[in-house]
Design a protein. Sequence first.
Length: 503
Amino acid sequence: QKLDEAALRAQLTLAGYQHVSQVVGPGEYAVRGGLIDLFPMGSPVPYRVDLFDDEVDSIRTFDPDTQRSLYPVPEVRLLPGREFPLDEAARSAFRARWRERLEGDPTRSRIYKDVGAGLAPAGIEYYLPLFFDATATVFEYFDDRTALALHGEVAEALERFWAETRERHRLLQHDPERPILPPQSLYLPTDEFFGLAQPRPTLALRGGGETPWARPLPDVAVDRSATEPLARLERHLDATPSRVLLVAESEGRRESLLDLLRDHRIAVPSVATLHEFLHGEAAAEKVAIAAAPLAQGFHWQRDTAADSAVQFITETELFATAPAARRRRNQERTSDVDALIKDLAELQLGDPVVHLQHGIGRYRGLVEIDTGEGPGEFLHLEYADRATLYVPVSALHLIARYTGVSAEEAPLHRLGSSQWDKARRKAAEQVRDAAAELLALYARRAAREGHAHRFLPHEYEAFAASFGFEETPDQRAAIHAVIQDLVSPRPMDRLVCGDVGFG
């Protein structure tokens, strides 16, 4: 199949894709010789189109972290990169509507000048009406049979939103460098929203107070300062005629809660589903435990019979706080003290790098070379006297970032000389001297006795559940290391440094 590269680039630009030197995120594309890398919006992976003259030779996915090609695919489907066009006609219409609807000198605004130059600055979404004669609402995409589900107190939420939006508009409307549109041109007013929703079948889901079939639970919170922390829960389980299902957020938290119960001589079986608790093997049990994403417990009166009620008690009631969801990445990336370069996205053209065997050179880009066993991707490194070294991407682990004082003045080594070997030997001698001093110091410290603290997993889990954020991989590693130090009989020798973030 033939492909006009110039036409494709024009089409990608018109669709809102950004031309970059290296593709790492959705909405980007790059052209390097006969290779076209592009990352379609909505796609989980980017694609690499290999051209032979003007014919498509192959289409492969690739890893945006390592830039290595993965597997072939028959086609690529592209979605627009933005909700608005940025061609010359759209930019002209944007400028005309800006002058018509906003006061002040437009040439003082960075937004106005960036759009005129074909750029999409941050916050451009708030100027969306300037690109079109009219904008649509979500209701215009529904047919007459579409049903709406309104969750919670929608009217109150909309009123709060509009109050905050009007206040922000009042504070920001007089900025001459960034004039803003009135909120009603961007958002649907509350009365118009309900006017458009009213003719359609609507399901309103609202919370409320007590009902004949659902009511709040009594206080069963764990009291950690008491001799018997679970006394309230035990008294409740003995007194209530209802069956009780304890609910943990996840299977891991269920096991932690089971450990806590066992420590206080409370034995309960585990069930997988509510149906199993009501009608399965656990139907004869008064109390059981399950894992489910229930935010808050309640008393459920299934029918008029007194013994038909079921109470759901979650960690929110037990620990007086809702458990934070702990989402883990499949592959976590931790910091590397040796500054090992793990992906090409960290490299810029001209950056100095250190090859484990050849020393300091400069990165000159990524090239494709056929070595006789099929084409492969190589890093182009330049050394002293313009000597060239090609390093396969599979050997990326041999390259580290240069950490000298000045990257611009990094001393390049000569390929084939003993200069790099001498530098390595000298550094190795200094490392051995420092290691000997450290070994002597740590030997003296290891001979001392420290206090080994007792670690209670269930109490720690309850404490960690009150943390309202998701830890970073480095934070989790630091927390684990500190806990290991605390339970060890050796004196702790650790300094944790925290960098204050912004925002």
